[in-house]
Design a protein. Structure first.
Lengths: 133, 133, 133, 133
DNA sequence: GTGGTCTAGACCACG
DNA sequence: GTGGTCTAGACCACC
């Protein structure tokens, strides 16, 4: 089975971050489990038609964060699942992301209820159930 | 009255955007009202110890967005409140901001309800983002 | 294919605005289509012998207007066509432009019918403004 | 009778140009005739609550264009009515103004008919009949 | 290679 | 004094 990674080049989100996020999500949703092998840099780059450097960078960051482990010559594997962020750190990151949202939407003059409703909608599209294979 | 604006140079957020956001918030909160004069480019640049061009850029963007009006030789003033974007465009921008939020929080492993609750809290006490230490 | 763009530095119209206008026209006329890549900032700057910052500014404004999309590391591309301004805002901008026309022509002592007839003619052969000699 | 000059500070049009245009229009419409005395710089500046330098500049430009004549110590007077611009020059200026209009409205995506209709409306408001005194 | 941000400093138009 | 434009050159992130 090929991992169904999907990137959207027509987005402001950097591609290497999209790749990271996709892998993190795949792990969070259980599609990828501890010990699973990730596609090689070259293979994934070809599949996504992006520059191999871009894939490398994503893998490198995931490696330094302990999400994946690189075993030179054998490949890159999903690491032991563990909480990467402390509770405090998660709070901080959540608040930071929410502040950014408030900044970005402040001048759109939309009621909070509208924002939340749309968030709920997008959230279900964003966290799809793992596909039944 | 003390400093109207405050910026945090050691953040990934560009300075000119921090300035824009602060001004938008000051207007939204009523601290700045229609017709009020903003500090001069040079004065604000000095106060924030940034280059005048940086302030200029923030003012220019706010001007094209219709948030403020520039009158060369006289100064920059808070403009009449008006919505310049079409409903479609506002939805597009909302979706963009929400996608960014979902990306930022995807791997924090927090339930959506938790995110929304925190959003509601922060929304009421909306204030400038603290610096990354 | 020869030069895509041409600017006239000895005009009162700012260079970055000339660049913006030329790109808008190229898109409107179909010479540039959705997805087409614009010349790189540095390349266009060299071609026009202006500072890269000047081109950058034009691209940045077109980006915030949604006319083009910037993908750092890849380039700037023509975006999907969309109307970002509300009907109200478009009327406001039309009125502003028309007022300027009336100011510019007020003392030429020409009947309105003459102005409109010429406008209809020019409208069909719309092309870049010639330089002031 | 005081001349009912009116300026709009909340416009991008420079104030000195607004003053020039008003005087030109007053002459074109017959409200000011050859030999009529214009208000003094100081008086007009006070009436419009603008900087005297601004009025000075407007008078100076009108003087060099031959629209008014300055008689130091006596005042400024409307000059002999004459065509200031040659036919050719008028064509050139008209085309220039129309090109600017087309540039400014190109991205508003409005049909020409709409622009012309609005132009006709604004034109009647802009060239009011001289008031019956 | 690509674009984005910022500084420094010059010059101009407007009031 | 005010803001607006442009250049030159540095540094960074992304591909």
């Amino acid at each position: 089975m090929a991992l169904l990674f999907e990137i959207f080049p027509n987005t402001s989100e950097p591609i290497y971050l999209q790749i990271e996020t996709q892998i993190r999500k795949a792990i969070a949703s259980g599609r990828l489990k501890k010990g699973d092998q990730l596609p090689s840099v070259r293979a994934l780059a070809e599949q996504l038609t992006v520059n191999p450097n871009t894939v490398s960078r994503a893998y490198a960051e995931l490696t330094t964060e302990g999400v994946v482990e690189s075993h030179p010559g054998r490949g890159v594997f999903v690491a032991e699942r563990r909480a990467i962020y402390s509770g405090e750190e998660r709070e901080r990151r959540l608040d930071e992301a929410l502040h950014r949202l408030l900044d970005d939407t402040a001048f759109l003059d939309l009621p909070l209820s509208r924002i939340i409703k749309r968030l709920e909608t997008l959230s279900t599209q964003y966290h799809p159930k793992p596909p039944k294979i």
